[in-house]
Design a protein around this ligand. Structure first.
Ligand code: NAD
Ligand code: TDX
Length: 350
């Protein structure tokens, strides 16, 4: 089987590539990625010599390129992760989010429609999406299910909601075999340090302030990234045609509680006095339109396909911290140059 994985050089994509290569010996993978600031071939050093793996540098916004790719290869399945993924960047400038997340997704859908041309047996287009399309929940009550109406608030979530709608439209209009999953916040190795957990690990390491938005009361539902990769595997192979599955770890944390826990682990690992890292906590101006709470009901996926998360958050957070501390070279590589400019522009002198 020949799979096209888009965005495979990013955080989640690299785990998906690694998982499929090891779990499916019959599977060949083409990893299509344009290597934006978030794409990094160092995320896949351990598989780059695998004869079943090919990296292809290319941009999904380039319609002609995507058309030639489908015309010249025997792609049987697509797992589409390539996206602009950071909410703060989407607030600063939504343009790339519309181009990649909306137009790029439509380019892929349309190439699959035209080149597969009704020969859909054994073929599938899988769109990896986010819980943020559902909007925001009140504190303490309710969860997102697959039938929760879409209510995106940020340019990022609006672009992902739009792409989800296009995926469904291609299923309903052209019969394209599609499946969608909407997942909660991922964490783990190889996450770019613009996102909360790796950003704060890096800042604690460097004794820099920890910029917590608002009062730190927003709640996120965290999932170990390899559990997401396993969910993607079962959904790709056994999910119903046209269906949507929510993926989440039933693991809600307010940002302030999560950061305190992270500080505690970092104090231990760095041999600092208890409470030392927490002194770096700095409350800063809230994110515009900041969604208060996300919580995912993943009972459909658990009931239908038997997926369950494998790792407790306590273990996952420990493993994540250990990974970042053991991979200083990786962290140094992604936090030099352009990252410094982004950091200065977004967080100012802090
Ligand atoms: P990421 O930012 O780490 O990686 C995105 C990858 O896409 C990068 O390798 C980048 O180079 C590539 N890319 C971007 N624009 C491209 C383009 N025009 N053409 C080709 N490649 C391009 O993102 P991530 O956190 O790994 O997220 C992957 C997917 O999962 C995204 O679709 C995101 O919306 C979704 N998702 C993420 C989370 C999360 O917590 N990170 C949760 C749910 C869903
Ligand atoms: O500096 C910060 N300070 C802060 O308080 C950053 C970067 C974040 N936060 C808060 C905002 C959120 O409430 O932490 C929480 C998590 O923030 P992010 O890591 O930016 O993630 P989030 O905005 O929740 O979105 C993530 O989960 C869903 C991913 O970035 C998306 O790609 C995914 O779809």
């Amino acid at each position: 089987m020949h799979l096209l994985i888009t965005g495979g050089a990013g955080f989640i994509g690299s785990h998906v590539v690694r998982h499929f290569l090891s779990a499916h010996p019959d599977c060949r993978i083409t990893n299509l990625d344009s290597l934006t600031y978030a794409g990094n071939l160092a995320n896949l050093r351990d598989v780059e010599d695998n004869p079943r793996y090919t990296f292809l540098k290319g941009d999904i916004t380039d319609r002609g390129f995507i058309d030639r790719l489908f015309g010249q290869t025997d792609i049987e399945g697509v797992i589409h992760l390539a996206a602009e993924s950071h909410v703060d960047r989407s607030i600063a400038d939504p343009t790339a989010f519309v181009m990649t997340n909306v137009i790029g997704t439509v380019n892929l859908l349309d190439a699959a429609r035209r080149h597969w041309n009704g020969r859909y047996e054994g073929r599938r287009f899988y769109h990896i999406s986010t819980d943020e399309v559902y909007g925001s929940l009140e504190k303490g009550t309710g969860m997102f299910t697959e039938t929760t109406p879409y209510d995106p608030h940020s340019p990022y979530s609006a672009s992902k909601a739009s792409s989800d709608h296009f995926v469904r439209a291609y299923h309903d209009t052209y019969g394209l075999p599609v499946v969608i999953s909407n997942c909660s916040n991922n964490y783990g190795p190889f996450q770019f340090p613009e996102k909360l957990i790796p950003l704060f690990i890096n800042n604690i390491r460097n004794s820099k302030p920890l910029p917590l938005y608002g009062k730190g009361e927003n709640v996120r539902d965290w999932l170990w990234v390899e559990d997401h990769a396993r969910a993607i595997d079962v959904i790709y192979h056994r999910g119903r045609d046209g269906a949507t599955y929510n993926i989440g770890g039933h693991n809600e944390w307010s940002n302030i509680d999560l950061v305190r826990q992270l500080c505690h682990i970092m104090d231990e690992k760095l041999g600092r006095r208890a409470g030392e890292s927490e002194k770096l906590l700095t409350f800063v101006t809230d994110r515009a339109g900041h969604d208060l709470r996300y919580a995912i009901d993943s009972s459909l996926l658990q009931r239908e396909l038997g997926w369950v998360p494998s790792l407790s958050f306590e273990e996952g957070l420990q493993k994540t911290v250990e990974w970042y501390l053991a991979n200083e070279e990786w962290l140094g590589g992604v936090t030099s140059g352009a990252y410094q400019h982004y950091y200065e522009a977004h967080y100012g002198g802090r």
